[in-house]
Design a protein around this ligand. Sequence first.
Ligand code: NAP
Length: 278
Amino acid sequence: MTLPTLTLNDGHSIPTLGFGTYPLRGEPGVVAIRTAIDAGNRLLDTAFNYDNEGAVGRAIAASGVPREEFYVTSKLPGRYHPYEAATNAIRESTWRLGLEYLDLYLIHWPNPIEGKYVEAWQALVDAREAGIVRSIGVSNFTLEHLSAIEAATGVRPAVNQIELHPYFPQEEQLAAHKELGIVTEAWSPIGKGSAVREEPVIQELAARHGVSPTQLILRWHVQRGVIPIPKSANAQRQAENLDVFGFELSDDDVAAITALGRPDGRLFDGDPNHHQEM
Ligand SMILES: NC(=O)c1ccc[n+]([C@@H]2O[C@H](COP(=O)([O-])OP(=O)(O)OC[C@H]3O[C@@H](n4cnc5c(N)ncnc54)[C@H](OP(=O)(O)O)[C@@H]3O)[C@@H](O)[C@H]2O)c1
């Protein structure tokens, strides 16, 4: 199967659905990532801090799928925001993955209390110039953080990966991204196995469309123009999570799912203005 793609503001294409790899590590991690690839996943989302770039690289190498068919993303940890450290970490990520280049590199969290994310962004801009990464973006950036990096460097991120699921639909941030031409990726897209799948409206709409609650939620993301990156260690659920392109939600269905949103809908205290992740 070939996944549909979106075009980023730098002209590169990205699959409309991806596979989250946290916390798949070691030999069992390689096996799970292999089955995810066999099922048809090509966008693989990892991070320096997941301690599994090696496992992801090994699964890619063992898959027999040509490198150019993959879309590999990794992320820069907070402790490596200073320019020199960031430059080294990006290179280290490619070595750990065993790849010549990465398709997308993100700043994992802005860590505004440390206040070094503009330097980190400059390192990503330069890594793109050097051809080590094809596209660059951020994760967990507020609109204020986005405008700070663009003002300092003149370069707008291609992607912002944020917490986004029916309990936290991020309507304002999503609208702002669309205005800016930034593609949104959703982390914990199905609410990390939380109660969201049990919500009556999710159950009812899933039954009406003849799909699982998880497929319904993933389709909601796709129709909102958001790239979900669900994680599953299970081959059957991995295949289920890719099978979301054969049905269509109405505008009312999309609105009913979005209406599950609530101000305190974050899964943990992950407000990017305060959360520090080194
Ligand atoms: N940028 C960031 O700051 C950030 C933060 C968090 C996560 N992420 C990324 O986002 C990815 C996904 O987020 P996440 O892992 O937190 O949450 P998630 O993908 O919303 O949920 C994963 C959970 O759902 C279960 N699951 C998956 N498919 C299912 C299905 N079809 N039916 C029932 N249960 C299912 C999984 O269990 P099984 O494995 O047993 O199937 C797992 O417990 C991560 O892997 C990571 O790559 C990024």
